[in-house]
Design a protein. Structure first.
Length: 577
Protein backbone atom coordinates (compact mmCIF):
# COMPACT_ATOMS: atom_id res chain seq x y z
CA UNK A 1 0.00 0.00 0.00
CA UNK A 2 1.47 3.35 -1.02
CA UNK A 3 1.93 6.13 1.47
CA UNK A 4 -0.16 9.24 1.10
CA UNK A 5 -3.72 9.56 -0.11
CA UNK A 6 -5.82 6.41 -0.15
CA UNK A 7 -9.21 5.57 -1.55
CA UNK A 8 -11.33 5.77 1.59
CA UNK A 9 -14.68 5.44 -0.12
CA UNK A 10 -15.28 2.13 1.68
CA UNK A 11 -13.21 2.63 4.83
CA UNK A 12 -14.69 3.70 8.19
CA UNK A 13 -12.14 6.50 8.60
CA UNK A 14 -13.79 8.46 5.75
CA UNK A 15 -16.35 9.50 8.36
CA UNK A 16 -13.70 11.49 10.25
CA UNK A 17 -11.19 12.50 7.56
CA UNK A 18 -12.90 13.08 4.20
CA UNK A 19 -14.87 16.12 2.98
CA UNK A 20 -15.37 19.74 4.06
CA UNK A 21 -17.81 18.74 6.82
CA UNK A 22 -14.99 16.81 8.55
CA UNK A 23 -12.75 19.87 8.96
CA UNK A 24 -13.38 19.97 12.76
CA UNK A 25 -12.39 16.31 13.03
CA UNK A 26 -9.23 16.84 11.00
CA UNK A 27 -8.32 19.82 13.18
CA UNK A 28 -8.06 17.40 16.14
CA UNK A 29 -5.76 15.16 14.13
CA UNK A 30 -3.56 18.09 13.11
CA UNK A 31 -3.41 19.05 16.79
CA UNK A 32 -1.61 15.75 17.47
CA UNK A 33 1.03 16.42 14.84
CA UNK A 34 -0.38 14.40 11.96
CA UNK A 35 0.38 15.56 8.45
CA UNK A 36 -2.08 15.88 5.59
CA UNK A 37 -0.74 12.66 4.09
CA UNK A 38 -1.07 10.79 7.40
CA UNK A 39 -4.67 11.92 7.76
CA UNK A 40 -5.38 10.72 4.23
CA UNK A 41 -4.01 7.24 4.97
CA UNK A 42 -5.98 4.40 6.63
CA UNK A 43 -6.22 4.84 10.40
CA UNK A 44 -5.18 1.69 12.24
CA UNK A 45 -6.05 1.09 15.87
CA UNK A 46 -3.14 -0.25 17.92
CA UNK A 47 -4.86 -1.57 21.02
CA UNK A 48 -3.00 -2.74 24.11
CA UNK A 49 -3.94 -3.97 27.55
CA UNK A 50 -0.93 -2.24 29.08
CA UNK A 51 -0.95 -1.48 32.79
CA UNK A 52 1.23 -1.66 35.87
CA UNK A 53 -0.81 -4.40 37.54
CA UNK A 54 1.46 -7.32 36.70
CA UNK A 55 4.47 -8.42 34.62
CA UNK A 56 2.25 -9.87 31.87
CA UNK A 57 1.15 -6.39 30.82
CA UNK A 58 4.17 -4.25 31.54
CA UNK A 59 5.97 -4.80 28.20
CA UNK A 60 2.94 -4.15 25.97
CA UNK A 61 3.54 -0.40 25.78
CA UNK A 62 7.02 -0.93 24.36
CA UNK A 63 5.80 -3.51 21.87
CA UNK A 64 3.01 -1.20 20.68
CA UNK A 65 5.63 1.32 19.56
CA UNK A 66 7.15 -1.36 17.34
CA UNK A 67 3.72 -2.22 15.91
CA UNK A 68 3.28 1.45 15.00
CA UNK A 69 6.56 1.39 13.07
CA UNK A 70 5.23 -1.53 11.04
CA UNK A 71 1.91 0.17 10.34
CA UNK A 72 3.74 3.30 9.15
CA UNK A 73 6.05 1.25 6.96
CA UNK A 74 2.98 -0.32 5.37
CA UNK A 75 1.37 3.03 4.54
CA UNK A 76 -1.02 3.35 7.49
CA UNK A 77 -1.43 5.84 10.30
CA UNK A 78 -1.37 4.08 13.69
CA UNK A 79 -3.51 5.34 16.56
CA UNK A 80 -2.61 3.76 19.87
CA UNK A 81 -5.14 3.20 22.64
CA UNK A 82 -5.35 1.07 25.75
CA UNK A 83 -8.01 -0.93 27.53
CA UNK A 84 -8.19 -2.62 30.91
CA UNK A 85 -6.70 -5.86 32.14
CA UNK A 86 -7.53 -7.78 35.29
CA UNK A 87 -4.56 -10.05 35.91
CA UNK A 88 -5.46 -13.39 37.42
CA UNK A 89 -2.20 -13.86 39.29
CA UNK A 90 -2.99 -10.75 41.34
CA UNK A 91 -6.77 -11.30 41.48
CA UNK A 92 -6.48 -14.97 42.51
CA UNK A 93 -7.79 -16.28 45.81
CA UNK A 94 -9.90 -13.32 46.96
CA UNK A 95 -12.87 -11.19 45.90
CA UNK A 96 -10.84 -9.61 43.11
CA UNK A 97 -11.13 -12.81 41.08
CA UNK A 98 -14.79 -12.04 40.45
CA UNK A 99 -13.61 -9.25 38.15
CA UNK A 100 -11.53 -11.55 35.96
CA UNK A 101 -13.98 -13.17 33.53
CA UNK A 102 -16.14 -10.03 33.46
CA UNK A 103 -13.04 -8.15 32.28
CA UNK A 104 -12.99 -10.25 29.10
CA UNK A 105 -16.32 -8.72 28.10
CA UNK A 106 -15.21 -5.25 29.17
CA UNK A 107 -12.09 -5.55 27.02
CA UNK A 108 -14.09 -6.63 23.96
CA UNK A 109 -16.68 -3.91 24.57
CA UNK A 110 -14.20 -1.09 25.11
CA UNK A 111 -12.10 -2.02 22.08
CA UNK A 112 -15.29 -2.12 20.01
CA UNK A 113 -16.42 1.26 21.31
CA UNK A 114 -13.03 2.89 20.72
CA UNK A 115 -12.82 1.54 17.17
CA UNK A 116 -16.40 2.60 16.39
CA UNK A 117 -16.11 6.02 18.00
CA UNK A 118 -13.00 6.98 16.08
CA UNK A 119 -13.71 5.07 12.85
CA UNK A 120 -10.48 3.10 12.64
CA UNK A 121 -10.04 0.93 9.57
CA UNK A 122 -8.10 -2.02 10.99
CA UNK A 123 -6.67 -3.21 14.28
CA UNK A 124 -3.52 -4.70 15.72
CA UNK A 125 -4.28 -5.91 19.24
CA UNK A 126 -1.68 -6.71 21.89
CA UNK A 127 -2.56 -8.65 25.05
CA UNK A 128 -0.66 -10.40 27.79
CA UNK A 129 -2.89 -12.01 30.42
CA UNK A 130 -5.57 -14.70 30.51
CA UNK A 131 -8.77 -12.79 29.68
CA UNK A 132 -7.18 -10.04 27.64
CA UNK A 133 -6.22 -12.46 24.87
CA UNK A 134 -9.73 -13.78 24.14
CA UNK A 135 -11.22 -10.35 24.88
CA UNK A 136 -9.05 -8.75 22.20
CA UNK A 137 -9.76 -11.53 19.70
CA UNK A 138 -13.50 -11.29 20.40
CA UNK A 139 -13.42 -7.58 19.57
CA UNK A 140 -11.64 -8.27 16.28
CA UNK A 141 -14.21 -10.85 15.21
CA UNK A 142 -17.11 -8.68 16.39
CA UNK A 143 -15.90 -5.69 14.37
CA UNK A 144 -14.84 -7.87 11.43
CA UNK A 145 -12.02 -5.51 10.50
CA UNK A 146 -8.67 -6.56 9.05
CA UNK A 147 -7.04 -7.72 12.28
CA UNK A 148 -3.73 -9.01 13.59
CA UNK A 149 -3.29 -10.24 17.15
CA UNK A 150 0.05 -10.30 18.93
CA UNK A 151 0.83 -11.79 22.33
CA UNK A 152 3.02 -9.86 24.73
CA UNK A 153 5.10 -12.96 25.41
CA UNK A 154 5.72 -15.25 28.33
CA UNK A 155 7.78 -14.64 31.43
CA UNK A 156 11.18 -16.29 31.75
CA UNK A 157 11.31 -19.15 34.24
CA UNK A 158 12.94 -18.51 37.57
CA UNK A 159 15.74 -20.74 38.82
CA UNK A 160 16.06 -22.19 42.29
CA UNK A 161 18.29 -25.06 43.39
CA UNK A 162 19.10 -25.88 39.77
CA UNK A 163 15.47 -26.15 38.64
CA UNK A 164 13.08 -23.94 36.68
CA UNK A 165 10.32 -22.49 38.85
CA UNK A 166 7.11 -20.59 38.00
CA UNK A 167 4.34 -18.85 39.87
CA UNK A 168 2.58 -22.25 40.02
CA UNK A 169 5.36 -23.39 42.35
CA UNK A 170 4.73 -20.39 44.59
CA UNK A 171 1.00 -21.14 44.86
CA UNK A 172 1.79 -24.77 45.67
CA UNK A 173 4.46 -23.74 48.17
CA UNK A 174 1.72 -21.97 50.14
CA UNK A 175 0.08 -25.37 50.60
CA UNK A 176 3.39 -26.91 51.66
CA UNK A 177 3.86 -24.03 54.10
CA UNK A 178 0.42 -24.64 55.59
CA UNK A 179 1.29 -28.32 55.95
CA UNK A 180 4.44 -27.41 57.86
CA UNK A 181 6.77 -28.62 55.11
CA UNK A 182 8.03 -25.23 53.94
CA UNK A 183 9.51 -22.50 56.12
CA UNK A 184 8.86 -18.77 56.04
CA UNK A 185 12.45 -18.31 54.87
CA UNK A 186 12.07 -20.79 51.98
CA UNK A 187 8.85 -19.10 50.87
CA UNK A 188 10.53 -15.68 51.01
CA UNK A 189 13.30 -16.92 48.69
CA UNK A 190 10.93 -18.63 46.24
CA UNK A 191 8.62 -15.63 45.86
CA UNK A 192 11.60 -13.45 44.99
CA UNK A 193 13.01 -15.66 42.22
CA UNK A 194 9.95 -17.32 40.63
CA UNK A 195 9.07 -14.42 38.31
CA UNK A 196 12.31 -12.86 37.05
CA UNK A 197 11.07 -10.79 34.09
CA UNK A 198 8.18 -9.19 32.26
CA UNK A 199 5.74 -11.57 30.62
CA UNK A 200 2.76 -13.83 31.28
CA UNK A 201 2.86 -17.04 33.31
CA UNK A 202 5.34 -19.41 31.69
CA UNK A 203 3.56 -22.78 31.74
CA UNK A 204 0.78 -23.89 29.41
CA UNK A 205 -1.68 -22.00 31.57
CA UNK A 206 -4.46 -19.85 30.11
CA UNK A 207 -2.36 -17.01 28.68
CA UNK A 208 0.02 -19.27 26.75
CA UNK A 209 -2.86 -21.56 25.76
CA UNK A 210 -4.75 -18.65 24.21
CA UNK A 211 -1.53 -17.35 22.65
CA UNK A 212 -1.20 -20.72 20.89
CA UNK A 213 -4.88 -20.36 19.91
CA UNK A 214 -4.16 -16.97 18.33
CA UNK A 215 -1.66 -18.58 15.96
CA UNK A 216 -3.70 -21.74 15.35
CA UNK A 217 -6.88 -19.81 14.57
CA UNK A 218 -4.93 -17.58 12.18
CA UNK A 219 -5.21 -14.16 13.82
CA UNK A 220 -1.52 -14.02 14.80
CA UNK A 221 1.58 -14.37 12.64
CA UNK A 222 3.19 -17.82 12.73
CA UNK A 223 5.55 -18.31 15.69
CA UNK A 224 4.75 -14.83 17.03
CA UNK A 225 3.34 -16.25 20.27
CA UNK A 226 6.50 -17.99 21.37
CA UNK A 227 9.28 -15.51 22.12
CA UNK A 228 9.39 -14.54 25.80
CA UNK A 229 8.46 -10.94 26.61
CA UNK A 230 12.03 -9.74 27.33
CA UNK A 231 13.40 -10.97 23.99
CA UNK A 232 14.19 -8.18 21.57
CA UNK A 233 12.78 -10.40 18.81
CA UNK A 234 9.32 -9.56 20.11
CA UNK A 235 9.81 -6.10 18.61
CA UNK A 236 10.47 -7.68 15.21
CA UNK A 237 7.25 -9.70 15.46
CA UNK A 238 5.46 -6.50 16.44
CA UNK A 239 6.80 -4.59 13.43
CA UNK A 240 5.84 -7.51 11.18
CA UNK A 241 2.33 -7.53 12.67
CA UNK A 242 1.91 -3.82 11.86
CA UNK A 243 3.05 -4.45 8.29
CA UNK A 244 0.79 -7.51 7.99
CA UNK A 245 -2.39 -5.66 8.94
CA UNK A 246 -1.78 -3.23 6.07
CA UNK A 247 -1.56 -6.16 3.63
CA UNK A 248 -4.83 -7.55 5.01
CA UNK A 249 -6.44 -4.12 4.62
CA UNK A 250 -5.27 -3.88 1.03
CA UNK A 251 -6.62 -7.35 0.26
CA UNK A 252 -9.79 -6.78 2.33
CA UNK A 253 -9.14 -9.91 4.38
CA UNK A 254 -11.17 -9.50 7.55
CA UNK A 255 -11.29 -11.25 10.91
CA UNK A 256 -14.20 -13.50 9.92
CA UNK A 257 -12.39 -14.60 6.79
CA UNK A 258 -9.81 -15.96 9.21
CA UNK A 259 -11.93 -17.14 12.16
CA UNK A 260 -14.18 -19.87 10.78
CA UNK A 261 -15.57 -23.14 12.09
CA UNK A 262 -12.57 -24.93 10.60
CA UNK A 263 -9.99 -22.57 12.10
CA UNK A 264 -11.66 -22.87 15.52
CA UNK A 265 -11.33 -26.65 15.20
CA UNK A 266 -7.63 -26.18 14.41
CA UNK A 267 -7.29 -24.08 17.55
CA UNK A 268 -9.03 -26.70 19.69
CA UNK A 269 -6.60 -29.33 18.34
CA UNK A 270 -3.65 -27.25 19.47
CA UNK A 271 -5.16 -26.78 22.95
CA UNK A 272 -5.66 -30.54 23.26
CA UNK A 273 -2.24 -31.66 22.06
CA UNK A 274 -0.42 -29.15 24.28
CA UNK A 275 -2.42 -29.99 27.43
CA UNK A 276 -3.76 -26.45 27.45
CA UNK A 277 -6.00 -24.68 29.91
CA UNK A 278 -9.60 -25.75 30.50
CA UNK A 279 -10.45 -22.07 30.05
CA UNK A 280 -10.10 -22.60 26.29
CA UNK A 281 -13.42 -24.44 26.59
CA UNK A 282 -14.92 -21.11 27.64
CA UNK A 283 -13.05 -18.77 25.31
CA UNK A 284 -13.27 -20.65 22.01
CA UNK A 285 -17.10 -20.68 22.12
CA UNK A 286 -17.06 -16.97 23.01
CA UNK A 287 -14.84 -16.09 20.03
CA UNK A 288 -17.05 -18.22 17.78
CA UNK A 289 -20.16 -16.45 19.12
CA UNK A 290 -18.88 -13.11 17.84
CA UNK A 291 -18.93 -14.53 14.30
CA UNK A 292 -22.34 -16.15 14.74
CA UNK A 293 -20.78 -19.63 14.77
CA UNK A 294 -22.21 -22.24 17.15
CA UNK A 295 -19.11 -23.87 18.57
CA UNK A 296 -20.00 -24.90 22.10
CA UNK A 297 -18.23 -26.80 24.87
CA UNK A 298 -19.46 -30.13 23.47
CA UNK A 299 -17.91 -29.34 20.08
CA UNK A 300 -14.62 -28.35 21.68
CA UNK A 301 -14.56 -31.50 23.81
CA UNK A 302 -15.34 -33.74 20.82
CA UNK A 303 -12.10 -32.48 19.27
CA UNK A 304 -10.22 -32.91 22.54
CA UNK A 305 -11.40 -36.53 22.66
CA UNK A 306 -9.70 -37.65 19.45
CA UNK A 307 -6.56 -35.49 19.54
CA UNK A 308 -3.32 -37.00 20.86
CA UNK A 309 -1.45 -35.20 23.63
CA UNK A 310 2.18 -34.84 22.57
CA UNK A 311 3.62 -31.55 23.90
CA UNK A 312 5.14 -31.86 27.37
CA UNK A 313 4.37 -28.57 29.12
CA UNK A 314 3.65 -27.51 32.69
CA UNK A 315 1.49 -27.86 34.76
CA UNK A 316 0.98 -31.53 33.85
CA UNK A 317 4.37 -31.87 32.18
CA UNK A 318 7.91 -30.59 32.37
CA UNK A 319 8.59 -27.57 30.15
CA UNK A 320 7.59 -23.91 29.84
CA UNK A 321 6.69 -21.61 26.95
CA UNK A 322 10.31 -20.59 26.30
CA UNK A 323 11.19 -24.25 25.76
CA UNK A 324 8.32 -24.70 23.30
CA UNK A 325 9.51 -21.64 21.37
CA UNK A 326 13.06 -22.97 21.21
CA UNK A 327 11.71 -26.33 19.95
CA UNK A 328 9.96 -24.59 17.04
CA UNK A 329 6.74 -23.38 18.61
CA UNK A 330 3.18 -23.69 17.36
CA UNK A 331 4.21 -24.17 13.68
CA UNK A 332 6.04 -27.41 14.53
CA UNK A 333 3.11 -28.53 16.69
CA UNK A 334 0.66 -27.90 13.84
CA UNK A 335 3.00 -29.63 11.40
CA UNK A 336 2.77 -32.75 13.58
CA UNK A 337 -1.02 -32.46 13.69
CA UNK A 338 -1.04 -32.20 9.89
CA UNK A 339 0.87 -35.49 9.64
CA UNK A 340 -2.06 -37.13 11.44
CA UNK A 341 -4.61 -35.43 9.18
CA UNK A 342 -5.89 -33.31 12.06
CA UNK A 343 -5.52 -29.81 10.55
CA UNK A 344 -7.74 -27.96 8.10
CA UNK A 345 -5.11 -26.58 5.75
CA UNK A 346 -7.30 -24.23 3.73
CA UNK A 347 -7.89 -21.75 6.56
CA UNK A 348 -6.71 -18.16 5.95
CA UNK A 349 -4.14 -16.59 8.28
CA UNK A 350 -2.89 -13.13 9.20
CA UNK A 351 -0.17 -13.47 6.57
CA UNK A 352 -2.73 -13.53 3.76
CA UNK A 353 -1.71 -17.13 3.07
CA UNK A 354 -3.41 -20.36 4.17
CA UNK A 355 -2.29 -22.43 7.13
CA UNK A 356 -1.24 -25.18 4.69
CA UNK A 357 0.95 -22.75 2.78
CA UNK A 358 2.52 -21.59 6.04
CA UNK A 359 3.17 -25.14 7.25
CA UNK A 360 4.84 -25.96 3.92
CA UNK A 361 7.56 -23.49 4.92
CA UNK A 362 8.24 -25.12 8.32
CA UNK A 363 11.48 -27.11 8.13
CA UNK A 364 11.93 -28.06 11.78
CA UNK A 365 10.74 -31.38 13.20
CA UNK A 366 9.55 -32.49 16.62
CA UNK A 367 12.49 -32.66 19.03
CA UNK A 368 11.15 -35.66 20.96
CA UNK A 369 11.61 -33.84 24.25
CA UNK A 370 9.25 -30.87 24.34
CA UNK A 371 7.31 -31.81 21.20
CA UNK A 372 6.91 -35.55 20.70
CA UNK A 373 6.23 -36.99 17.23
CA UNK A 374 2.49 -37.34 16.75
CA UNK A 375 2.99 -41.06 16.03
CA UNK A 376 4.39 -41.58 19.54
CA UNK A 377 2.38 -39.17 21.75
CA UNK A 378 2.48 -38.90 25.52
CA UNK A 379 -1.13 -40.16 25.53
CA UNK A 380 -3.47 -41.11 22.71
CA UNK A 381 -6.16 -38.56 23.63
CA UNK A 382 -6.07 -34.90 24.49
CA UNK A 383 -4.90 -33.37 27.73
CA UNK A 384 -8.35 -31.83 28.34
CA UNK A 385 -11.57 -33.85 28.59
CA UNK A 386 -15.28 -33.01 28.52
CA UNK A 387 -17.66 -34.64 30.99
CA UNK A 388 -21.45 -35.05 31.10
CA UNK A 389 -24.01 -36.81 33.26
CA UNK A 390 -26.84 -36.22 35.68
CA UNK A 391 -24.61 -33.86 37.68
CA UNK A 392 -23.63 -31.83 34.58
CA UNK A 393 -26.36 -32.01 31.91
CA UNK A 394 -24.76 -29.04 30.10
CA UNK A 395 -21.28 -30.44 30.51
CA UNK A 396 -18.09 -29.85 32.47
CA UNK A 397 -14.37 -29.94 31.70
CA UNK A 398 -11.23 -31.37 33.30
CA UNK A 399 -7.51 -31.26 32.46
CA UNK A 400 -5.92 -34.72 32.60
CA UNK A 401 -2.54 -33.90 31.03
CA UNK A 402 0.13 -35.68 33.04
CA UNK A 403 -2.36 -37.95 34.85
CA UNK A 404 -2.10 -41.73 34.50
CA UNK A 405 -5.28 -43.55 33.35
CA UNK A 406 -5.83 -45.03 36.82
CA UNK A 407 -5.89 -41.48 38.21
CA UNK A 408 -8.68 -40.45 35.83
CA UNK A 409 -11.52 -42.27 37.60
CA UNK A 410 -12.68 -41.20 41.04
CA UNK A 411 -15.73 -42.05 43.16
CA UNK A 412 -16.23 -40.58 46.60
CA UNK A 413 -18.59 -38.83 49.00
CA UNK A 414 -19.31 -35.16 48.48
CA UNK A 415 -18.10 -32.50 50.88
CA UNK A 416 -20.08 -29.43 49.89
CA UNK A 417 -18.98 -25.81 50.25
CA UNK A 418 -21.12 -22.81 49.34
CA UNK A 419 -18.18 -20.73 48.04
CA UNK A 420 -14.46 -20.92 47.37
CA UNK A 421 -13.40 -19.16 50.57
CA UNK A 422 -15.16 -21.76 52.72
CA UNK A 423 -13.37 -24.52 50.81
CA UNK A 424 -9.98 -22.81 51.06
CA UNK A 425 -10.36 -22.39 54.82
CA UNK A 426 -11.31 -26.07 55.14
CA UNK A 427 -8.22 -27.06 53.18
CA UNK A 428 -6.04 -24.82 55.33
CA UNK A 429 -7.32 -26.50 58.51
CA UNK A 430 -7.41 -30.00 56.94
CA UNK A 431 -11.19 -30.14 57.51
CA UNK A 432 -11.66 -32.71 54.75
CA UNK A 433 -10.87 -36.38 54.27
CA UNK A 434 -8.87 -38.35 51.76
CA UNK A 435 -11.17 -39.90 49.15
CA UNK A 436 -13.74 -37.09 49.20
CA UNK A 437 -15.05 -35.06 46.30
CA UNK A 438 -14.85 -31.42 47.32
CA UNK A 439 -17.79 -29.50 45.83
CA UNK A 440 -17.55 -25.72 45.46
CA UNK A 441 -20.77 -24.17 44.20
CA UNK A 442 -22.26 -20.71 43.71
CA UNK A 443 -19.13 -19.68 41.79
CA UNK A 444 -20.58 -19.71 38.26
CA UNK A 445 -20.72 -16.70 35.92
CA UNK A 446 -24.04 -15.42 37.31
CA UNK A 447 -23.96 -16.91 40.80
CA UNK A 448 -20.45 -15.85 41.79
CA UNK A 449 -20.80 -13.48 40.15
CA UNK A 450 -17.80 -13.76 37.87
CA UNK A 451 -16.89 -17.49 37.76
CA UNK A 452 -13.80 -17.35 39.92
CA UNK A 453 -10.76 -19.58 39.42
CA UNK A 454 -9.80 -21.92 42.25
CA UNK A 455 -6.00 -21.99 42.01
CA UNK A 456 -5.42 -21.06 45.64
CA UNK A 457 -7.50 -24.03 46.79
CA UNK A 458 -6.16 -26.55 44.27
CA UNK A 459 -2.57 -25.43 44.76
CA UNK A 460 -2.98 -25.75 48.54
CA UNK A 461 -4.25 -29.31 48.07
CA UNK A 462 -1.28 -30.14 45.83
CA UNK A 463 1.10 -28.54 48.30
CA UNK A 464 -0.35 -30.71 51.08
CA UNK A 465 0.29 -33.81 48.96
CA UNK A 466 -3.46 -34.40 48.54
CA UNK A 467 -3.81 -33.46 44.86
CA UNK A 468 -4.28 -37.11 43.85
CA UNK A 469 -6.16 -38.19 46.96
CA UNK A 470 -9.23 -35.98 46.60
CA UNK A 471 -11.20 -34.66 43.63
CA UNK A 472 -12.83 -31.26 43.25
CA UNK A 473 -15.81 -30.08 41.20
CA UNK A 474 -17.17 -26.58 40.78
CA UNK A 475 -19.46 -24.43 38.66
CA UNK A 476 -16.58 -21.96 38.72
CA UNK A 477 -13.30 -22.23 36.84
CA UNK A 478 -9.78 -23.45 37.33
CA UNK A 479 -6.58 -21.69 36.51
CA UNK A 480 -4.58 -23.14 33.67
CA UNK A 481 -1.96 -23.77 36.37
CA UNK A 482 -4.23 -26.14 38.29
CA UNK A 483 -3.09 -29.74 38.75
CA UNK A 484 -5.02 -32.71 40.12
CA UNK A 485 -8.46 -34.13 39.38
CA UNK A 486 -10.31 -30.83 39.24
CA UNK A 487 -13.54 -30.48 37.27
CA UNK A 488 -14.77 -27.00 36.31
CA UNK A 489 -17.56 -25.34 34.32
CA UNK A 490 -20.22 -27.67 35.76
CA UNK A 491 -23.47 -26.62 34.10
CA UNK A 492 -26.10 -25.56 34.69
CA UNK A 493 -24.53 -23.57 37.52
CA UNK A 494 -26.02 -23.55 41.01
CA UNK A 495 -27.50 -20.09 40.47
CA UNK A 496 -29.77 -21.55 37.78
CA UNK A 497 -30.75 -24.56 39.88
CA UNK A 498 -28.40 -27.03 38.24
CA UNK A 499 -27.88 -30.38 39.98
CA UNK A 500 -24.74 -29.06 41.67
CA UNK A 501 -27.07 -26.81 43.71
CA UNK A 502 -28.88 -29.87 45.04
CA UNK A 503 -25.92 -31.86 46.36
CA UNK A 504 -25.58 -32.74 50.03
CA UNK A 505 -22.64 -33.94 52.09
CA UNK A 506 -22.10 -37.66 51.59
CA UNK A 507 -23.73 -37.96 48.14
CA UNK A 508 -21.67 -40.39 46.08
CA UNK A 509 -20.10 -38.67 43.07
CA UNK A 510 -18.36 -40.41 40.16
CA UNK A 511 -15.91 -38.65 37.85
CA UNK A 512 -14.68 -40.74 34.93
CA UNK A 513 -12.48 -38.87 32.48
CA UNK A 514 -12.04 -42.00 30.38
CA UNK A 515 -15.75 -42.48 29.61
CA UNK A 516 -16.60 -38.76 30.05
CA UNK A 517 -18.98 -39.19 33.00
CA UNK A 518 -19.83 -36.82 35.85
CA UNK A 519 -22.69 -38.20 37.90
CA UNK A 520 -24.18 -38.43 41.37
CA UNK A 521 -25.78 -41.61 42.69
CA UNK A 522 -29.27 -40.13 42.96
CA UNK A 523 -32.39 -41.09 41.04
CA UNK A 524 -34.23 -38.67 38.82
CA UNK A 525 -37.06 -38.66 41.38
CA UNK A 526 -34.69 -37.77 44.22
CA UNK A 527 -33.14 -34.96 42.19
CA UNK A 528 -36.63 -33.68 41.30
CA UNK A 529 -37.68 -33.70 44.96
CA UNK A 530 -34.58 -31.76 45.94
CA UNK A 531 -35.17 -29.29 43.12
CA UNK A 532 -38.73 -28.71 44.34
CA UNK A 533 -37.40 -28.02 47.83
CA UNK A 534 -34.54 -25.81 46.61
CA UNK A 535 -34.73 -22.34 48.06
CA UNK A 536 -33.47 -20.50 45.00
CA UNK A 537 -30.14 -18.87 44.23
CA UNK A 538 -27.92 -17.61 47.00
CA UNK A 539 -27.87 -13.86 47.48
CA UNK A 540 -24.58 -12.08 46.85
CA UNK A 541 -23.25 -8.74 48.05
CA UNK A 542 -23.07 -7.51 44.44
CA UNK A 543 -26.36 -5.65 44.10
CA UNK A 544 -25.07 -2.82 41.90
CA UNK A 545 -22.13 -1.93 39.70
CA UNK A 546 -20.29 -3.80 36.99
CA UNK A 547 -20.52 -7.25 38.54
CA UNK A 548 -24.27 -6.90 39.11
CA UNK A 549 -24.66 -5.85 35.47
CA UNK A 550 -22.54 -8.80 34.35
CA UNK A 551 -24.62 -11.26 36.39
CA UNK A 552 -27.82 -10.00 34.75
CA UNK A 553 -26.47 -10.43 31.22
CA UNK A 554 -24.19 -13.47 31.28
CA UNK A 555 -25.32 -16.64 29.55
CA UNK A 556 -24.61 -20.34 29.96
CA UNK A 557 -21.08 -21.54 30.54
CA UNK A 558 -21.18 -24.12 27.75
CA UNK A 559 -21.90 -21.35 25.24
CA UNK A 560 -18.92 -19.31 26.43
CA UNK A 561 -20.50 -17.19 29.21
CA UNK A 562 -21.23 -14.38 26.75
CA UNK A 563 -23.24 -11.24 27.41
CA UNK A 564 -24.84 -10.26 24.09
CA UNK A 565 -26.62 -11.99 21.18
CA UNK A 566 -23.52 -12.18 19.00
CA UNK A 567 -22.96 -12.39 15.27
CA UNK A 568 -26.17 -14.28 14.53
CA UNK A 569 -28.31 -11.36 15.67
CA UNK A 570 -26.35 -8.46 14.18
CA UNK A 571 -27.94 -6.27 11.52
CA UNK A 572 -24.81 -4.59 10.23
CA UNK A 573 -21.07 -5.10 9.98
CA UNK A 574 -18.97 -2.23 11.38
CA UNK A 575 -16.62 -2.12 8.39
CA UNK A 576 -19.54 -1.62 5.99
CA UNK A 577 -21.24 1.30 7.75
Amino acid sequence: MLKGKSDKSRLPSRHVTVGPERAPHRSYLYAMGLSEDEIAQPLVGVATCWNEAAPCNIALNRQAQAVKLGVKAGGGTPREFTTITVTDGIAMGHEGMRSSLASREAIADTVELTMRGHCYDAIVGLAGCDKSLPGMMMAMVRLNTPSVFIYGGSILPGRLDGKDVTVQDVFEAVGQHQAGNYTDEQLAVLERVACPSAGACGGQFTANTMACVSEAVGLALPNSAGAPAPYESRDHYSIASGEAVMVLLEKNIRARDVVTRKSLENAARVVACTGGSTNAGLHLPAIAHEAGIEFFLDDVCDIFKDTPYFVDLKPGGTYVAKDLYEAGGVPVVMKELRKAGLIHEDCMTATGRTIGEELDQVTREADGKVIFPVETPITETGGVVGLKGNLAPEGAIVKVAGMAPDQQVFTGPARVFECEQDAFEAVQTRAYEEGEVIVIRNEGPAGGPGMREMLSTTAALSGQGMGKKVALITDGRFSGATRGFCVGHVGPEAYHGGPIALLRNGDSITIDAITGELSVALSEDELAERKAAWGGPRDTIYASGALWKYAQLVGETYKGAVTHPGGKAERHVYMDL
